[in-house]
Design a protein around this ligand. Structure first.
Ligand code: KG4
Ligand code: ZN
Length: 337
């Protein structure tokens, strides 16, 4: 018997993007709508939670109309509603969750709750197909984790950051260098024009799979302060390049150690910082060296979007892992397992 196609309407509102998608069989994006609030939060140098939740409320029905129009579908035609419930900003998550519960109730569709980080990981299925067992490097604004996945939803966290996440470090360095929020892409642009002249230390060169970026961030701040005291002009391009070189070297070193020790055959990356071309190129070289199959998600699926939530909801749908309304509540911090 031919397998029936499964359509999931997915909702993501954990931070400053209101997004909905319709995803077929966990891998085909039928339609994606993303409304970003970046231009508003830019004015404040970072995401203002109260403004974020208010803006989600204002646009969520517009985003719903938009995605249905793009897909040329009705809510009646989807098989389930999926929504991000954690981790993220409580007020922001709440808007997506209430919308998902409302749609589930009105249209009598099962509700699937999805962990945002699982979403970033499953974004890989929208571009390639995750092959298990695989190592997963999660690099986002809130996370820096090296995860071993032997199967769907089997997350063994090998290492994590002891302080700042890598995206957070990029954002803070951007601020010190006078660049706008979100800093990551701006620091990457600066770095491209610079040279690694500052030779900043590579953080946490130990035997663990953990990461640390706050010391490196302090080194950048020290360099800026030294220049200010000497009334010298800071070379932003070179400092950005030096920061990026050390930060990414520490990540790539830990990935190399894991590839060797675990005899890894497959490697996937996830999260906003996976859009960074320097990191992508370093990982391409690393995986070439050890003959490891590398999956890089398309750029649109690296940063927050609902298509990744639809992809992550699919294995849960197949297991009929549905949730009652009482069971779907926002949580600000939540580990993967
Ligand atoms: O995954 P994401 O969209 O949101 C979270 O779940 O945290 O990641 C956002 C983070 C921000 O810190 C942003 O500065 C960083 O990803 N980012 C980048 C790049 N694009 C986004 N960092 C470095 N290089 C980039 N090209
Ligand atoms: Zn994210």
């Amino acid at each position: 018997m031919e397998k029936k196609d499964i359509f999931i309407l997915a909702i993501e509102s954990s931070c400053d993007e209101t997004s909905m998608a319709i995803v077929k069989n966990g891998c085909d994006v039928i339609a994606l709508s993303v409304f970003t609030q970046i231009d508003t939060h830019k004015l404040y140098g970072g995401v203002v939670p109260e403004i974020a939740s208010r803006m989600h409320t204002e646009v969520i029905t517009i985003v719903l109309d938009d995605v249905l129009k793009k897909a040329n579908m009705k809510v009646e035609e989807v098989d389930a509603i999926a929504v991000t419930y954690a981790p993220g900003l409580i007020g922001s998550l709440m808007v997506g969750i209430e919308c998902a519960k409302t749609l589930s109730l009105i249209y009598n569709k099962p509700l699937i709750k999805v962990n945002h980080i699982a979403g970033h990981i499953y974004a890989n299925n929208l571009t390639n197909k995750i092959i298990f067992p695989t190592l997963a490097l999660v690099v986002s604004g809130g996370h820096t984790d090296l995860v071993l996945m032997k199967n769907d939803y089997d997350f063994e966290v090998l290492g994590t950051t002891l302080d700042d996440a890598i995206g957070e470090a990029y954002d803070k360095v951007a601020r010190v260098l006078g660049e706008k929020y979100p800093g990551g892409p701006n620091v990457e642009k600066l770095a491209l024009k610079g040279k690694d002249t500052y030779n900043l230390p590579i953080p946490l060169q130990d035997d663990s799979y953990n990461f640390s970026f706050s010391g490196l961030k302090s080194s950048v701040i020290n360099e800026v302060n030294k220049c200010k005291m000497k009334k010298e002009e800071i070379n932003k391009e070179n400092l950005a390049c030096s920061f990026q070189t050390s930060a990414i070297a520490s990540i790539v070193n830990k990935c190399e150690k894991a590839i060797i020790n675990l005899k890894t055959k497959n490697f996937i990356i996830a999260g906003g910082v996976s859009a960074n071309k320097y990191l992508r190129n370093q990982l391409i070289n690393l995986c070439d060296k050890y003959n490891v199959n590398l999956s890089l998600p398309d750029f649109v699926y690296c940063t927050d979007n609902a298509a990744m939530i639809g992809a992550a909801a699919y294995p849960l749908f197949l297991k009929s892992d549905f949730s009652s309304f009482d069971d779907v509540n926002p949580e600000s911090r939540l580990p993967l397992f």
